[in-house]
Design a protein around this ligand. Structure first.
Ligand code: ADP
Length: 669
């Protein structure tokens, strides 16, 4: 949510390092585990091989023991029957042929003198080189032991060099021949230790070596290949014989477990490879997830920054009307925190109490599924501090990714600033109107003073004329009455001028009427003539035939004609101008017959360009007693009637001022 304090993420380099350390620890552990597994598997295999070897050694010792026992039995059998030397020798030879390990058999008397003897047919006579006597002591010793034991006894082995240059390790066995408890003689047999191993060696594998050794490991006799590698498995087993003890030893090379052919190791290796692959895949997946997480974090950060920087308040509600989301701008607008607003539904704290009922109804209508106006609607909210403020609410259904409506989303615009601007502009408008009214008063005052000049001047001159007539005494009652009527007319005119000016200033156009041009001209002609007479100006009037009526404010149009005529006459009031003609003309406008054109032509000096530029500027005048309002008023009046006022030089001299007025009937009141 918007007000959740953002989780302070550790510095990226620290997170990186932690991740790296974790990964290397995991990789180290996995490698250690795998090495241990392989090592244990190897150890187990080695143990198996060792145990097998031990078993083989024990079996071999058993075999040898059985063989020796059988041999003893065979030797004993030699004495049964008829123990004559010749016959004995024959049987002994048969035995020797049968048992290769027996090198020699001797029959000795109780003094251990040889009675008969037989040698193995497979070798040269054993003692040829050494001489049998040289080992007599061994024989004596073993036979003594045998006598003492009253049973067979074996001598320690010894080496006998032979005539073929080789030698043989031999062992004597002495079997006392007793009859009724008295030793009658001995059977002494000589074993070749190496041949004793022969039978067993046939069961050996190529990489095994079988040997008899002494206690210190010295080999006495051996069989089998003589490979030497580092992985040698050795098993030793004692062969206890009466009188001596031999050590049987088996060495094995190929028995050392090979790493890969071994099933267990292979299994472990496969598992290791699988484990490492899974680790790699996990790593890859982790990297992908990390990247996705980073992207997501970036997107979230962007969204949050965007929401935080929005000045528009945002609020989401679920379908039950509960607030599910507000952005910081909204919180700021209403002065409540997101926690205070979350979950609120039928009575939001920012609803002014006086509007609660109305808002509740509105919300019910909304929850019933009615879509609010797209352009939004205005409402009033209450800040936490109690101040009310106008808001513009734009609401729209909240549609989720599956296209299902899950609530409503609303945007809020604080209208206070807009209201303030509107208020300001209204106030300034009012001020402007007040100023305009003031200006209007001023305008009216100057206009009145300008326009009243003429009737007042006329009244003054009629009054003066009357007084002159009276003082001269040459008057008739009719003359005085005429003068007095003229004065009354001008006074009435002055009144009309005041009304017209008042109406004009207030921009009223009720006074429009359809007037015949001739009537207009006739109405002002006496006044023009009054001044023309004074300034010796000839006034000419030209009215085109069949002129229609024009629509206008009679008094104001008369004022315009009077102003233009007066300006023209004043322009000709120069001594150098002899021919002073003022021409008033009315005709249809040449460009558009729906308009009539009124023109006032003088024979004055014309207007200089620099003067022409400022002609319609109020208060611009070239006359000592002028007010500079005449032309600007004329133009305003004509433009109010929809017409135009123009001027141009008149050949050979003078100016033409002309204006247009619309042809028409009086509007129905
Ligand atoms: P005022 O007559 O009080 O000076 P106007 O606005 O009627 O004010 O005229 C302004 C000026 O225009 C006059 O002062 C005069 O110089 C010039 N003017 C007006 N009409 C004519 C004309 N027919 N011939 C020459 N100059 C004129």
């Amino acid at each position: 949510m918007s007000t959740d304090t953002p989780q302070v993420s550790p510095a990226p380099w620290r997170a990186n390092w932690r991740r790296r350390i974790l990964w290397s620890s995991l990789a180290g552990l996995v490698v250690a585990l795998l090495v241990t597994l392989v090592w244990l598997a190897g150890l187990y295999e080695a143990g198996q091989v060792q145990r097998r070897l031990e078993r083989d050694a024990a079996d071999a010792v058993g075999d040898i023991r059985a063989r020796l026992t059988r041999n003893l039995q065979s030797l004993q059998a030699l004495q049964f029957g008829d123990p004559k030397p010749a016959r004995w020798t024959g049987e002994a030879n048969g035995l020797l042929r049968e048992r290769r390990e027996l090198l020699r058999i001797e029959w000795r008397d109780s003094q251990q003198q040889i009675l008969a003897q037989a040698g193995t047919p497979y070798r040269p006579p054993v003692f040829d080189r050494l001489g049998r006597d040289s080992v007599q002591s061994e024989v004596t010793q073993v036979c003594n032991v045998a006598r003492r034991l009253s049973g067979p006894a074996y001598s320690t082995s010894y080496f006998v060099p032979m005539t073929d240059g080789l030698g043989v390790e031999v062992m004597e066995v002495c079997l006392p021949l007793a009859s009724a408890g008295v030793v009658m003689g001995y059977l002494v047999a000589t074993y070749s230790l190496q041949d004793l191993l022969d039978d067993l060696a046939r069961q050996l594998t190529r990489s095994q070596e079988l040997s008899f050794t002494e206690g210190d490991g010295t080999r006495l006799a051996m069989r089998g290949s003589a490979q030497r590698t580092n992985h040698v498995f050795t098993a030793q087993h004692l062969l206890d014989l009466p009188g001596t003890t031999l050590v049987l030893r088996i060495d094995s090379w190929s028995g050392a477990p090979e790493l890969f052919p071994n099933v267990l190791t292979a299994l472990v290796m496969t598992m290791s490879v699988a484990l490492v692959s899974i680790l790699l895949l996990l790593g890859k997946d982790m990297r992908r997830r990390l990247k996705a997480e980073n992207d997501l974090a970036d997107a979230l950060a962007f969204r949050k920054a965007m929401e935080d920087s929005l000045v528009t308040g945002l609020r989401a509600r679920d379908l039950q009307g509960r607030i599910t989301y507000v952005n910081p701008a909204f919180c700021q607008m209403v002065g409540f925190s997101a926690e205070e607003l979350m979950g609120q539904s039928m009575h939001a704290p920012y609803w002014p109490p006086e509007f609660v009922d109305e808002y509740r109804k509105r919300q019910e209508i909304r929850l019933a599924g009615n879509v609010p106006p797209r352009e939004g609607y205005e409402s009033v909210f209450m800040h936490k501090n109690g101040t009310r403020f106008p808001v513009l609410i734009i609401e729209a259904p909240l549609i989720n990714a599956h296209g299902v409506q899950t609530g409503w989303m609303s945007a809020f615009l604080d209208m206070r600033e807009q209201r303030r601007i509107e208020e300001l502009s209204r106030a300034s408008q009012e001020r402007l109107q007040a100023t305009a009214r003031l200006a209007m008063v001023g305008e009216m005052a100057s206009l009145l003073s300008h326009e009243l000049n003429q009737p007042l001047a006329a009244i003054a001159s009629y009054a003066t004329g009357t007084l002159n007539l009276l003082s001269q005494g040459a008057h008739t009652a009719a003359d005085v009455e005429l003068a007095m009527r003229r004065i009354a007319e001008q006074a009435e005119r002055a009144g009309k001028v005041i009304k017209s000016v008042h109406d004009f200033v207030r921009r009223r156009d009720q006074a429009r009427e359809a007037i015949e041009p001739k009537v207009l001209i006739d109405a002002i002609l006496p006044l023009i003539n009054l001044q023309a007479h004074k300034l010796r100006v000839e006034v000419q009037v030209h009215l085109a035939p069949d002129l229609p009526k024009v629509l206008g404010d009679r008094t104001m149009v008369e004022q315009v004609l009077l102003n233009l005529a007066r300006n023209g006459m004043q322009a000709m009031d120069r001594p150098e101008i002899r021919r002073r003609v003022l021409r008033l003309a009315v005709r249809r406008a040449p460009t558009d017959t729906r308009w009539l054109e009124f023109s006032v032509t003088d024979g004055g000096p014309g207007i200089a360009p620099e003067v022409a530029q400022q002609l319609f500027t109020p208060f611009f005048t070239t006359k000592a007693e002028g007010m500079g309002l005449g032309l600007s008023l004329c133009r305003t009046v004509i433009e109010q009637h929809g017409g135009t006022l123009a001027f141009e030089p008149h050949a050979p001299q003078g100016m033409v001022f002309s204006f247009t007025l619309p042809v028409g009937q009086a509007p129905v009141p």
